[in-house]
Design a protein around this ligand. Sequence first.
Ligand SMILES: [Zn+2]
Length: 326
Amino acid sequence: MIQEILPDIYKIEVPLPGSPLKATNSYLIKGRERNLLIDTGWNREESREALFAGLAALDAVLEKTDILLTHVHADHSGLSAAVATEKSTLYCGEIDSELVNATGTPAYWSNISAMFGVYGFPLEEITSAMRAHPGRRYNPGVKQDFTILRGNDVIQVGDYCFTCIETPGHTPGHICLYEPKSKILVSGDHVLDDITPNITFEKRIEDSLGHYLHSLDIIDGLDIGIVLTGHRRLIDNIHKRIGELKQHHQNRINEVLDILGAGLRDAYRIAGQMTWDISAKSWELFPPAQKVFAVGEAVTHLEYLQHIGKVRKNENNGKVSFELIY
Ligand SMILES: [Zn+2]
C-alpha cells in the first residue's frame, strides 16, 4: 500500500509475514536529481515484491535512488542490497552499519547466544530462538559498503533538508532524521505509536536504556509536527508519546526493583516475573523468540539500575547475577 504523506514523501507498507509488527513503513522521498529511500523490510519474497511494486508505481529509478537505514534490524535493512545499484549511496549510522554486515555471519549469532547464556537463558532454548531469528534469516545476505552518517550531517532531497540525529538505545547506532522547516521527524524505531520499542543489550554499547532515555530527551526538545515512524501509525503528538514511553520504563524499573527485593537474581528468571503483553499462560509457555525480547528488556533495566548505583552486578563462573544495593 502506497500513501502520499506530504508533497514528494510517500509511505510504502512492506509486509512482514508472521511478525506482530505486521509491516515496515518504507519512505520514498522524491528529489529532482536523486530520490531517498528510508528503510526497506525483510529480505524475503513477500517483502521484496511489495517494496519493488511500490517503487515501480512511484516511478522511482533505482540508479537515481539512495538508501538510508535508520538502524541495523533486518525489518529495516533486509532489502538494502536488493534495492541498491552501483550508483546508489547507502547511508547508516556507524555502529549499525558494522552490525548489518555482522548479521550475515554465523559468529554474530553464536556470540549473542553465548551472551544470553550468561544471563541464565537455557542453551537449547536460546539456540532454537537464534536459529529462527528474523535478523538471521532475512538480513541482506551480502557485505555492503556504507556511507557513515553522524549527528548533524545533512541530506538534501528535493525541497527537504534533513539533519541526522544520533539516537542510540533501540540499537547502538540508531539514527533519526529531522527536517526543521517542515517539522518532520523520521523516527525509525526510536519512537513508535502503539508499540513500545524493544530495548535490549548490545556488546557495542553500555547501558542501552540510559542511552535510550537520553535520546528521547533530545527528540523531545525539537519542534515536531509529524513523525514518520518505522511501523504502524504515524504520530502527530510526539511529546505526549515520549512521556508515555518514559513512564513505561519507569514502571518497568519499579517492577524490576520489586522482583529483586523478593530475592530473584538472574535476568532470565527476573524476566519470567515481569508483566508482558503476550497471551502465553506462563513463562514456560512463552515462545523462545518472545523470551529473547523479554530477557533483553530485563537485562537493560537491570544494567540501568546498576549504572545509577541501585543494583550490583556479580559475575561468577561465567554467569551474571544481580542484587539490590540497600
Ligand atoms: Zn523495526
